[in-house]
Design a protein around this ligand. Structure first.
Ligand code: SAH
Length: 252
């Protein structure tokens, strides 16, 4: 029987191949089998060997994403057949990436698994948009939440956003109206600054700024598409503040 292969759960970062870790880049370049999801940028996949087998488990128009159990089974089956598998996931594999479930499936079958971290969308988008997630003058707490998940309505987000805090919402474009409402119901001021970063750290990035109350309108008006992050908190207004200050100084 062939020796069991290893499953590498690899973070592909926000898109730009320059933002891969060296370990991720080496694994991708050497892989014979890559199983990737839809968020992985084609520029990253282009690093693979021409003879590598690339399997997409992404959402297709008529078909839904391969169910998670099927992905787990595929990874385990390939490893048990003796192949190393590079399981490539957007951002970091352990941030809203279901990497934990894949690691557990591997462990349950005695398949060795290694996890290679990646730059999560929050870090990539914040850097590209020049939004400090924490800032001595504006925020010393940062929270990542999923805006589309089981029981969003019943989740307690109270206290996650507000003065001195930054809230980063993944997968929140579709549920933006419910999110804005939920946060304001929790007592957040309607004029709390926020930014939407669409295609963060990619060439077509858009950074749209506004106030919490205007979030649903902004998403519709600007036709925001996935992938996008919603960042809520004073840190999103600092760049504007700096520019306004500069303009003021120049006009004096
Ligand atoms: N594991 C990934 C997150 C997967 S959930 C990570 O660590 O980044 C998918 C969500 O991530 C998207 O709906 C979007 O909210 C966010 N996202 C991923 N890539 C992004 C990008 N380049 N710009 C903005 N948001 C992104």
């Amino acid at each position: 029987m062939a020796e069991t292969g290893t499953i590498y759960l690899v973070g592909a970062g926000p898109g730009d191949p320059d933002l891969l870790t060296l370990r991720a880049a080496r694994l991708i370049e050497r892989a014979e089998l890559i199983v990737h999801d839809g968020l992985v940028d084609p520029a990253v996949l282009a690093l693979a060997r021409p003879d590598a087998t690339l399997v997409s488990v992404a959402k297709q128009r008529s078909k839904h994403t391969l169910p998670q159990e099927d992905i787990n089974a595929l990874l385990v089956r390939e490893a048990q057949a003796g192949r190393d598998v590079v399981r490539l996931k957007g951002g970091d594999p352990l941030v809203f990436g279901r990497g934990g479930e894949e690691a557990e499936a591997a462990q349950a079958h005695g398949v060795p698994v290694e996890i290679v971290p990646g730059i999560s969308a929050a870090n990539g988008a914040a850097a590209a948009a020049q939004i400090a997630l924490t800032h001595r003058d504006a925020a010393s707490i940062v929270t990542f939440v999923a805006g589309q998940c089981k029981g969003l309505k019943n989740q307690d987000w109270a206290g996650l956003a507000g003065p001195g805090r930054t809230l980063v919402i993944y997968m929140g474009v579709k549920t933006a109206p419910q999110i804005a409402e939920k946060l304001m119901e929790d007592g957040l001021a309607p004029e709390t600054p926020m930014a939407v970063v669409e295609n963060g750290a990619r060439p077509q990035m858009r950074v749209l700024r506004g106030m919490l109350a205007g979030l649903p309108d902004l998403v519709t008006r600007e036709n925001v598409v996935s992938p996008a992050l919603i960042v809520i908190g004073d840190v999103t207004a600092r760049e504007d503040a700096a520019i306004a200050q500069l303009a003021l100084e120049k006009s004096l």
